[in-house]
Ligand binder design. Structure first.
Ligand code: ATP
Length: 322
């Protein structure tokens, strides 16, 4: 077991921010802390890093208690949203610095820096200073720098937040392979469920400082533990509404326009055309329902009128009951 958190509680100004967090992280695991803004993700990561003290609780790293150790003695490396690069050093020097401090040989440093720079698409920028880079490039330098020492435990707080959509996808892929190649344990904070679902071995969903569910991405998607997880995960999230006197949930993508075992009659309120899908915003007995259907199933002439009524079909066994 790489890391164990036991009964972590944190208050700021007597306001509870983290409530009784218990969590185990395996060696080599990619764990994602996922939750809405302000739920306590960054605070939890900072507590693990030692930048913040928990009010109560124990943190074990490879069997030893570390909650009272200084950050530098915790054997971990971290990258934060506001990456702090050395402004007067070049990219090369920024990447080399942690290895110089560790008294590595010049040749080894050179090899390692060049390898990481090429992985991160930074080879052309090695001579530049941080202020001569875009936000995204700086973020990549910060990521690369945190990796130079090949940490066993790696903490990342929204490291892709400043990148544009295309670079984000590319970096997500890079992170995935860096994780696989390094064998290191990653703890990764994000509010972006796409990142969480695509990167994580295990996701911890947090809301208002309380763990809602700890499970694999597949399980989080298919078997949400409660209505918060159901509606937070998915794009859009699960529809939760009253059907025959019961509160049920169904994912927008589980609705269909062609015949299935069950149906509800809805009124179309709005239509949003996405790249390969169409979102239908509907009214069902005064409740909003969103259906996501394939573009190829969408026949504009049948449903493009506001307030037109049509049946949405679904399989009954795709309903969750809360
Ligand atoms: P985001 O995704 O927006 O970064 P988060 O889930 O990481 O959010 P935290 O940064 O952990 O959330 O903050 C959790 C709560 O604790 C917020 O309500 C925040 O305002 C509060 N908080 C964080 N740091 C402090 C502090 N030093 N003093 C007082 N309150 C704080």
């Amino acid at each position: 077991m790489m890391l164990k958190l036991k009964n972590i509680n944190k208050q700021f100004d007597s306001k509870p921010i983290l409530k009784d967090i218990n969590l185990e992280i395996n060696d080599g695991e990619f764990l994602v802390l996922l939750g809405p803004s302000g739920c306590g993700k960054t605070t939890l990561l900072r507590i693990i890093a030692g930048l913040e003290q928990a009010c109560t609780g124990v943190i074990e790293h490879s069997g030893r208690e570390i909650q009272d150790l200084a950050p530098k003695d915790r054997e971990l490396s971290m990258v934060f949203q506001n990456y702090a690069l050395y402004p007067h050093k070049t990219v090369y020097e920024n990447l080399a610095f942690p290895l110089q401090i560790a008294s590595q040989s010049k040749d080894l440093i050179d090899e390692r820096v060049k390898l990481l720079a090429s992985k991160m698409g930074l080879s052309d920028y090695l001579k530049r200073k941080p202020k001569e880079l875009s936000g995204g490039q700086r973020q990549r330098v910060a990521l690369a720098r945190a990796m130079t020492k090949e940490p066993k435990l790696f903490l990342l707080d929204e490291p892709l937040s400043n990148l544009d959509a295309k670079l984000r996808t590319q970096m997500r892929h890079e992170l995935h392979s860096l994780h696989k190649e390094s064998g290191a344990t990653f703890i990764y904070v994000t509010h972006d469920q796409v990142e969480a679902l695509s990167l994580a071995d295990k996701i911890v969903v947090l809301n208002q400082g309380v763990i809602q569910q700890i499970a694999s991405p597949e399980e989080i998607y298919a078997q949400p533990a409660n209505s918060f997880v159901a509606s937070f995960i998915g794009s859009p999230g699960t529809n939760i509404f009253e059907l025959d006197g019961k509160q049920v949930g169904i994912r927008p993508e589980f609705f269909d326009l062609s015949q299935k075992s069950s149906q509800i009659k809805v009124k179309i309120k709005n239509i949003e055309l996405l790249a390969s899908e169409v979102l239908l915003y509907c009214d069902y007995q005064g409740q909003q329902i969103i259906a996501k259907i394939n573009r190829s199933d969408y026949q504009a002439e049948l449903i493009n009128k506001n307030n037109s009524v049509l049946p949405l079909f679904f399989d009954k066994n795709m309903l969750y009951y809360f």
